[in-house]
Design a protein around this ligand. Structure first.
Ligand SMILES: [Zn+2]
Length: 414
């Protein structure tokens, strides 16, 4: 039985000698070995740690020799085995968590002197090829190179499979818990599984040139919120993104070129870390009011179907305000937390897409809507011209919660 992971063997005498460990593991293959001899009918069990430099490996006796197991982070692929003799801590990391669990239970059995039911390895040097399992990067750019029978090395941090004709995301990729960069560009993927959100380290996701029609709410609310920095959705068939998309707060780089977007998510201003935004060649008629809150380095909105700002505002004021409108405004203004466990789900949805007035207050159904033009330089350093006429202005919607707010800002609408 073997386990591929990173290992650091730390002597517990080091601190007493005033020394410290390096704090860094090396790639290793751990083997659980059993040896029986005529003189000793009960099997002796060893843990053999082989590295690329030391393929024959170092042996550690296991039987009744384990002082303690530290398995708090076993789900993250980390664990430590503390031996009695020699007095060392064997720290394992970057392991596949289910393999690690299996391996540790076998080690536990060996420690107790039980017979291990699984095939145990013999004490032979580890082949260099075994260390290939530690590959961190794999780039596949044609269908014929795509692995069908072999698994992807679990240690991959960067995986690219382009031009492979994939129609869906391969479930084997979703087990690669160390993935930071996943490039699935130039395939035929129509839908993304919500389980992509289980890749807790995923920082870059490239889906350029696929057949996507949406980006699901489940993905927006997954752990991608904490990890995803770069997202390329260009050359797909996306018409709109859900309002929850703006919860992907770590996004710095978003590409939406060549889709069929008819609107940006209305809360786009919440993407406070966004620096690079391109949505060229879409069907945007105007920008949402929150677009003003962005602070970008680069913006490309070339080739959209921007409309001329309307001269007359749309007036939807209620007098007096309904109970729903007043309570919604109060909840949002006072930042009272809400959720579907307290109020009906459809009310949460309404609150999620409430409009922000220029005065900073909110409104649901009672408002005045006006369109103005904004110079895109006010939100971005570098602006690609929006049309062939050389303009950097685009129409933007504004909302006003009352007649007073509208009158006070009417200069803006000229
Ligand atoms: Zn207002």
């Amino acid at each position: 039985m073997k386990l591929h992971c990173e290992v650091e063997v730390i002597s517990r005498h080091l601190p007493a000698l005033g020394l410290r460990n390096r704090g860094k593991g090396v790639r290793a293959v751990l083997s659980l070995c059993q040896q029986t001899s005529r003189s000793q009918p009960s099997a002796r069990a060893f843990l053999l740690i082989s590295t690329l430099k030391d393929k024959r490996g170092t042996r550690y006796e296991l039987r009744e020799n384990i002082e303690q197991f530290f398995t708090k982070f076993v789900d993250e692929g980390k664990a430590t085995v503390r031996l009695k003799e020699p007095p060392v801590d064997i720290c394992l990391s970057k392991a596949n968590s289910s393999s690690l669990k299996g391996f540790l239970s076998a080690v536990r059995l060996a420690h107790r002197g039980c017979k291990v039911d699984i095939p145990v390895s013999t004490l032979t040097p580890v082949k260099t090829s075994e260390f290939e399992n530690f590959k961190t990067k794999m780039v596949i750019t044609s269908k014929k190179d795509y692995p069908l029978s072999k698994n992807f090395p679990y240690s991959l941090e960067h995986l690219q499979t382009s031009y492979c004709g994939l129609v869906r995301v391969d479930m084997r990729m979703l087990c690669l818990k160390n993935l930071r960069k996943l490039d699935l560009s130039h395939n035929h993927i129509k839908k993304l599984p919500a389980t992509i959100g289980d890749l807790i380290h995923l920082q870059e996701l490239n889906l350029n040139d696929n057949h996507l029609e949406s980006f699901s709410v489940a993905l927006c609310q997954s752990t991608l919120q904490k990890s995803l920095r770069t997202l390329d959705l260009s050359k797909n068939k996306i018409k709109a993104l859900p309002v929850q998309f703006c919860q992907l707060q770590e996004l710095t780089n978003l590409k939406l070129d060549d889709n069929e977007m008819i609107q940006f998510p209305c809360k786009i201003g919440q993407l406070i870390n966004l620096r690079f935004l391109s949505a060229a060649r879409n069907k945007l008629p105007f920008l949402p009011s929150e677009f003003r809150n962005l602070s970008l380095e680069y913006l490309d909105l070339f080739g959209n179907t921007f409309e001329q700002p309307k001269v007359l505002p749309v007036i939807k004021l209620q007098a007096p305000l309904t109970l729903l409108e007043s309570s919604a405004r109060t909840i949002l203004y006072n930042r009272i937390p809400y959720g579907s466990h307290i109020i009906p789900f459809h009310l949460c949805q309404d609150l999620d897409i409430a409009k922000t007035c220029v005065c900073g207050r909110f409104c649901l159904n009672s408002f005045i809507q006006g369109t103005t033009t904004m110079n895109l330089h006010s939100v971005a350093h570098t602006v690609v011209l929006v049309d062939n006429m050389g303009g950097t202005e685009a129409p933007i919607v504004s909302y006003f919660c009352s007649l007073g707010c509208y009158v006070n800002s009417s200069d803006m609408l000229k």
